[in-house]
Design a protein around this ligand. Structure first.
Ligand code: BTN
Length: 255
């Protein structure tokens, strides 16, 4: 691993319920070093955002969690962890898909889309202490060699589907660790404007109208305008022309 600390301690598990849950358990019980990465071939209870399940074909993809200790980061700025993780995954995909014409975007808050299909999802779980972030578990699922997505085939994709060849998962994971480290150092150096600008530049659907569901599953049309410091998405509601902010729990995309 050609990084300074992320992935230097790499734990590979043949099977686990969820790498995020495993990392959380380790944090409770042992003195786990920052940058530890837990990777597995098979998650039996892989978790997605907002209580969803994350299914991933055995030994085909990246299903990994990175343990960070961003104690320097104020709790109010925790969305920066979402931003840098998405930027890191975006960087990796941009590098791998460089010769292709694919459009690679970050779908708020932190899904990665290639040609409008989801290739990666990120689940971040933090523990807080005083006003700072004690631990952050960055869980990343990135579709590498899986080619069958069943009923999700119209919304999911993988590197193999896009490039017609298999990839070395460990090499992709190493690349991801390197990119995450690069962005994590920027965060540590407080280069927030650079992070914001890059996130915004790569954001899917900016200044375009999309259909969303609110908490009551009511559909509405709105234009994506902003992502606030607290991570809320700013939408210009088409019907009322009001600008409203939503957090992840208050909104879902209707694809
Ligand atoms: C999402 O898009 O809903 C987030 C998916 C996150 C999946 C990863 S796979 C590794 C880690 N362990 C989990 O249980 N989930 C994350």
């Amino acid at each position: 691993m050609e990084t300074l600390f992320i992935g230097k301690n790499l734990l590979f598990l043949t099977e686990v319920e969820s790498t995020n849950s495993y990392a959380m358990e380790m944090l409770r019980n042992v003195n786990i070093i920052e940058g530890t990465v837990i990777h597995t071939d098979n998650q039996t209870k892989g978790r997605g955002q907002r209580g969803a399940v994350w299914n991933s074909e055995m030994a085909s993809n990246i299903t990994a969690s990175v343990v960070l200790r961003p104690q320097f980061l104020n709790a109010q700025k925790s969305f920066y962890l979402s931003k840098i993780s998405a930027l890191a995954a975006h960087d990796v995909l941009t590098e791998i898909l460089t010769q292709s014409q694919y459009d690679i975007k970050i779908k708020w808050p932190n899904d990665i889309l290639v040609a409008k299909k989801k290739i990666a999802g990120i689940l971040i779980e933090n523990t807080y202490q005083n006003n700072g972030i004690a631990n952050s578990i960055i869980g990343i699922g990135l579709n590498v060699n899986q080619t069958g997505f069943g009923e999700m085939s119209s919304t999911a994709t993988s590197l193999k589907i896009l490039m017609n060849k298999s990839f070395d998962r460990l090499a992709v994971l190493e690349n991801l660790c390197g990119k995450l480290e690069k962005w994590y150092f920027k965060l540590k150096e407080n280069k927030l404007a650079e992070i914001d600008a890059s996130y915004f530049e790569r954001l899917y659907g900016l200044n375009q109208q999309h259909v969303f569901w609110d908490q009551t599953k009511k559909e509405f049309l709105a234009e994506i305008k902003d992502v606030r410091l607290d991570g809320k998405l700013g939408l210009l509601i088409s019907e009322s022309q009001e600008l409203k902010y939503f957090d992840v729990k208050e909104l879902s995309w209707v694809l």
